[in-house]
Structure formats: structure tokens, C-alpha cells
Design a protein around this ligand. Structure first.
Ligand code: C2O
Ligand code: CU
Ligand code: CU
Length: 499
């Protein structure tokens, strides 16, 4: 162990008024906290009283590094958007678009009908507005809103068009779960980005990037590079959102602290589950409780992305790489600040969340294969050239088409969907539903696949029971797709009606 004392200078932690003397570097990855600034939360947009929500897609400049600005886009700000707090009931949303290109706001994780879903059929053109009158009706959850124009989703989300939603029932106090925004309830949007030497965001897609999905080596949390989170000396809730285009994280704490999983995509689990690692793919959310009661620092790290390896190695070879080279990296260090209020000191035994139990339903079965190449020519041949907009990935041999309806599902039914991949791991996402993962690679689901889900990693075969409770018409259908945004934009997507 290499412990040392240090003085944290510069960043906003200074606002607390003191110098920090800490034991850092307890694990194998070295973190120089003196070079990090305090993690900020996105601004909170609380709609729970007003029942109103206003989002404007706009362009701006963001300084990811000191004295260097990059062109970015965001909602109501220059990069990303506010955290929207909402409760069940009526919500009048207004989405404005000040950008030159069309955008949408898709409410990934909200159970709303197709006409409010904000998918690719609901573009908000430049200078126009969209005003869905929504009804929110679901258990508390962390959701993710982002733009969803077919063919532009990857580049526009990369440039900043995404944000977080907290659906809240104001009863976390009773559950003994922290809920003080930015104090003991931290929202963390994890992204990876590439930058030019002048600190400009770069999205320069090579053929390999298009194929694997675009991954990068600089980690951003809430749009910040090199942040450090300060937490009270007690129970802290972490809402983790993978807002990356393609990178799949395998998160863990680089010391003895255990992670207690309390919620997945669709909200609370029945009871906390203690886990050592958390796999989080693009579009997935998970909530953890961590006990900082011993006052120690914790560094959240991630293992390497399963879809990429040295020299572009992929497919079945990828798992072997990590046995040879440690590709772990730091996601976020946490330091305890005694001055922050401690409200809870123990992880509750029960949360009494709503876990799915769909197993005894009579169901129709559908099969989906996620295909890296649906066109003519080999993988490296005619189809997959450069980073251009090639539409040759697909599902069941067909690349997405806006004008083709792929499935019709009956409203109020449950179906078994069996999704498989023969190459790469793909985060499979379905709009407008929640599902129960039944089996992953013929075994029991991993802890992070328990609970109501809307996105799950498929790395071989995944079986799920999907509950269709929201209607979607021919004009405003729901999507199912790979949430590696480069795959989605290249056609690994389908659409369905529910009626
Ligand atoms: Cu988060 Cu169809 O997307
Ligand atoms: Cu979605
Ligand atoms: Cu994919």
C-alpha cells in the first residue's frame, strides 16, 4: 500500500473551506487527487410541483480542459442537460430545438405510449417545438433522455444531447435510502470521449470504430474529466448511468468496500444485493449504496471493454486479453468529507421494490439475432467501409428502415424474446416496456439483470419476458435496438406497434 498525505488545491472542494488530509492510492491504480476537481451534479430541474418541463436543444462551448474550449451541444446548457426530477401524474413537456438539425427527446426508461416516446418518428425540426402531454405512472427509477434521430443518434449524443431523469415518489426517507441530490444521492453519467490536442471533442470514426462501436480513453462523469466526488461519512447512493456510445463498463471498488445494488433500469429491487462487480452497458442504469462509514477513500474502477482489445481484436478472443494485460482504469475516486451531513449509517435489509415475476404467463415466443452484416459482401468487403453511414448491420437479417414495420404486438400481453449474438456483446434495448431477464447464456441472470429492465447485455443468448402495457401506433411505433449507438445508426434496430 502506498499511502500519502496531500493537500487538495484548486477545485471546488475548497468551497468547504479546508484542506483535505487523506489516505489515497489504496489500490493498484494510482490517483493523484491534487489534479482533480470536485464532481458537480447536473443542475436539478424539479417538475414535481409545476408538472411542467422545458428543454431546449442548443449549441455551446464547453471547457473539458482548462483554457481549452470545445463546440458541444446540450439541453438548456452547453453539454448534457439538467437532471429532471418528476413524479407520477401529469407532466406537460415542451422540447424546443435551436440547433440546425432535427433532434428528438426519447425518454429512455419512461413507460409512456409511442406518441410520447420521442423516437425517430417524432423529430423536432430546427426552430420548432414538441409538446407532449404525458402521464407518468411507474415506480421510482433513474432514466435517461437523449436524442434519437435515425443516423444521427451516435454523433449527437456524443456531442452532448442527453440527460438524466429521476422518477421519485418522495418516500426514500421511509425506505432509509439517501435522496439528497448531490450530497448523499449522487448522479453519475459515465462517458468516454476522445479529444484533440487542443481539447476539442473528436468523433472521428474509423472502420474499426464503426464495427466495435466508438470507444475512447478519456473518462467523463457528468461531462467532467478528472473529477473527485466528496461524500458524507455514511451511506451514499450512487445512480450510475452509462451514457457512452459503445463502451461496456465492468465497475468495482478498488478496495474492501462492498457495493449494494438497490435498483436496476426500472427501479428498486426487493432487497439490496451485495455485488463485487457491476456490468453497465450503454443505456443501462444501476443504483448502488456504498457505506463510507469507515471514512476511507474508495476508487471506482472499471475493467476493459469486452468488445475491444489490442489491435482491434474482437469476438471470442476478447475475454482472454484481460488475463494477460490489465486494462483497468479509474472511473471516479471518492473522498469522505466529515462536514457533510450523515443521514443513514446502515444499508436497509429490504427496499420492497417491485421485482418482476412473469414466469407463469402463457407467452408467444420470438427470436432475434443481432447481425453485424446483413448486406452483400464480406465483413471487410463492400459493406463496411470507413466510418460512413453504411446501413448494413441489422436484426434477423434486415437493416432498419423507417418505413417498414417489423412486428405487431398485442397490447396487454407478455412475450418471450430470445436474443442472440454470434459476434460482440450488444446492449439490447426495447422502448416502451419493462422486461424480466429469464436466462443469460442458459444460466441464471446476473444480479445486474434482476429487476425490471429495458436494456441488457446480450453476449451469447439472452431470454427475456417482455410486458407490453403501452400502446404504439403505426405512426409512432416503439424501437428495439442495440444501444451501441454506432450499431443502431447502422441499422441494428427494428420497430413495432402495440395495440
Ligand atoms: Cu436509449 Cu432507443 O434508446
Ligand atoms: Cu429507449
Ligand atoms: Cu451492437
Amino acid at each position: 500500500m502506498n499511502r500519502r498525505n496531500f493537500l487538495l488545491g484548486g477545485g471546488a472542494l475548497i468551497a468547504f473551506g479546508g484542506a483535505y488530509v487523506l489516505a489515497a492510492n489504496s489500490g493498484k491504480l494510482k490517483v493523484d487527487l491534487s489534479k482533480r476537481t470536485a464532481l458537480k451534479m447536473p443542475p436539478l430541474l424539479d417538475t414535481t410541483n409545476s408538472g411542467k418541463l422545458n428543454l431546449t436543444a442548443q449549441s455551446g462551448k464547453t471547457a473539458f480542459f482548462e483554457n481549452m474550449v470545445s463546440d458541444t451541444i446540450g439541453f438548456n446548457q452547453s453539454y448534457l442537460g439538467p437532471t429532471i426530477r418528476m413524479k407520477n401524474g401529469a407532466l406537460q413537456a415542451q422540447v424546443n430545438n435551436e440547433l440546425r438539425n432535427p433532434v428528438t427527446v426519447h425518454w429512455h426508461g419512461l413507460l409512456v405510449p409511442g406518441e410520447h416516446d420521442g423516437g425517430p418518428h417524432i423529430p423536432v425540426n430546427s426552430g420548432e417545438s414538441w409538446m407532449p402531454q404525458m402521464q407518468i405512472n411507474q415506480q421510482p427509477a433513474t432514466a435517461f433522455y437523449h436524442t434519437h434521430i435515425h443516423g444521427r443518434t451516435a454523433s449527437d449524443v456524443y456531442a452532448g444531447l442527453g440527460g438524466i431523469i429521476h422518477v421519485s415518489d418522495n418516500r426514500d426517507e421511509d425506505r432509509a435510502i439517501p435522496s439528497e441530490y448531490g450530497v448523499d444521492d449522487l448522479t453519475m453519467v459515465i462517458q468516454d470521449r476522445r479529444f484533440t490536442s487542443r481539447g476539442q471533442l473528436s468523433y472521428d470514426l474509423s472502420m474499426m470504430d464503426a464495427m466495435h462501436g466508438f470507444t475512447a480513453d478519456t473518462i467523463l462523469v457528468n461531462g467532467q474529466v478528472n473529477a473527485v466526488a466528496s461524500v458524507p461519512k455514511g451511506i451514499v447512493r450512487l445512480r450510475l448511468i452509462n451514457g457512452s456510445n459503445a463502451r461496456i463498463y465492468t465497475l468495482s471498488a478498488d478496495d474492501d468496500l462492498s457495493l449494494h445494488l438497490i435498483a436496476t433500469d426500472g427501479g428498486y429491487l426487493n432487497k439490496p444485493r451485495s455485488i463485487d462487480t457491476l456490468r453497465l452497458s450503454p443505456g443501462e442504469r444501476a443504483e448502488l449504496l456504498v457505506d463510507f462509514g469507515n471514512g476511507n477513500t474508495m476508487t471506482m474502477i472499471s475493467a476493459g471493454d469486452p468488445n475491444t482489445g489490442p489491435g482491434g481484436m474482437m469476438g471470442r478472443v476478447r475475454g482472454m486479453i484481460d488475463n494477460v494485460v490489465d486494462r483497468s482504469f479509474v472511473v471516479m475516486p471518492f473522498v469522505v468529507d466529515d462536514r457533510l451531513p450523515v443521514r443513514f449509517t446502515a444499508v436497509p435489509d429490504q427496499i420492497n421494490g417491485d421485482e418482476p415475476d412473469l414466469e407463469n404467463q402463457e407467452v408467444a415466443v420470438r427470436q432475434f439475432s443481432l447481425d453485424m452484416n446483413t448486406g452483400s459482401g464480406g465483413m471487410m468487403g463492400g459493406g463496411m467501409m470507413g466510418g460512413g453511414m453504411m446501413s448494413n448491420m441489422g436484426i434477423n437479417g434486415q437493416s432498419f428502415e423507417m418505413s417498414r414495420m417489423d412486428l405487431k404486438v398485442k397490447l396487454g400481453t407478455v412475450e418471450k424474446w430470445i436474443v442472440s449474438t454470434s459476434m460482440l456483446a450488444h446492449p439490447f434495448h426495447i422502448h416502451g416496456v419493462a422486461f424480466q431477464v429469464l436466462r443469460e447464456n442458459s444460466g441464471q441472470p446476473k444480479p445486474e439483470s434482476i429487476g425490471w429492465k429495458d436494456t441488457v447485455v446480450v453476449d451469447s443468448v439472452t431470454e427475456m419476458l417482455v410486458k407490453f402495457e403501452m400502446p404504439a401506433s403505426q405512426d409512432n411505433p416503439f424501437m428495439y435496438h442495440c444501444h451501441i449507438l454506432e450499431h443502431e445508426d447502422r441499422g441494428m434496430m427494428g420497430q413495432f406497434t402495440v395495440s
